[in-house]
Design a protein around this ligand. Structure first.
Ligand SMILES: Nc1ncnc2c1ncn2[C@@H]1O[C@H](COP(=O)(O)OP(=O)(O)OP(=O)(O)O)[C@@H](O)[C@H]1O
Length: 196
């Protein structure tokens, strides 16, 4: 869990880790790969292969169904597609069920017809599909009520754990600390001699 005051650079750090933002100095290494050393197209491929992303808003393609949204990473990454046993649709359904969504009633619903809580769970399933090594989540619970937050975090952390993914999440909410092995304040990272 990554914490820090507003404007302290948390989202920017996630963008640097995912390779969306270039950093002028230093290096970001993810799964033994120096992200900055890759040309942009290879960086996009690396992100699709190894990272699942969940954002606060604008998570889903509104006109696609829940299942088609979940399967998007498999279109961009043969590696993630290849890590799925059985059919892609079955795996999307399995993830929906384990995140508390009924695939029979909601699988074909357009993303825009789902509630915010349902959309966040579809976004989590999309991040998890094909077992990427790292899940990056930027304030994914900010639009949820306290009970929905707790349920969402419980399911997300359980699924990340069972797929062997590392979960790095930005949140202001100290009530979610117990879901994480480590809580890091970004302001501590800027102190000399501190590493994460
Ligand atoms: N290492 C850095 N050096 C210089 N500027 C930075 C650095 N990191 C972030 N910034 C700038 O600081 C501003 C705020 O950064 P960012 O949005 O990442 O903060 P945040 O902690 O996610 O804020 P919030 O909690 O309000 O979403 C941005 O304009 C960003 O470009």
């Amino acid at each position: 869990m990554l914490r820090g005051p507003s404007g302290s650079g948390k989202s920017t750090l996630l963008a640097a880790i995912s390779g969306v933002t270039d950093i002028p100095t230093g290096a970001v290494t993810v799964a033994s790969q120096d992200i900055g050393a890759l040309p942009v197209s290879k960086r996009d491929r690396f992100r699709a292969d190894h990272m699942g992303l969940i954002f606060q808003v604008f998570n889903l393609v509104p006109w696609l169904s829940a299942v088609d949204n979940i399967l998007l990473p498999c279109r961009f990454s043969k590696r993630r597609q290849g890590r799925i046993d059985g059919t892609l649709e079955d795996e999307a359904h399995r993830l929906m069920s384990s995140l508390g969504l009924d695939p029979k009633t909601l699988g074909h619903s357009k993303a825009s017809a789902l509630s915010v809580g349902q959309q966040q769970r579809v976004a989590a399933a999309r991040a998890l599909i094909g077992t990427p090594e790292i899940i990056l989540a930027d304030e994914p619970t900010s639009a949820l009520d306290p009970e929905a937050k707790e349920t969402f975090m419980h399911m997300l952390s359980q699924q990340a754990q069972s797929s062997g993914a590392a979960l790095l999440m930005v949140s202001h909410d100290s009530g979610l600390d117990h879901h994480f092995d480590r809580v890091i304040n970004i302001t501590d990272l800027t102190q000399p001699g501190v590493s994460a």
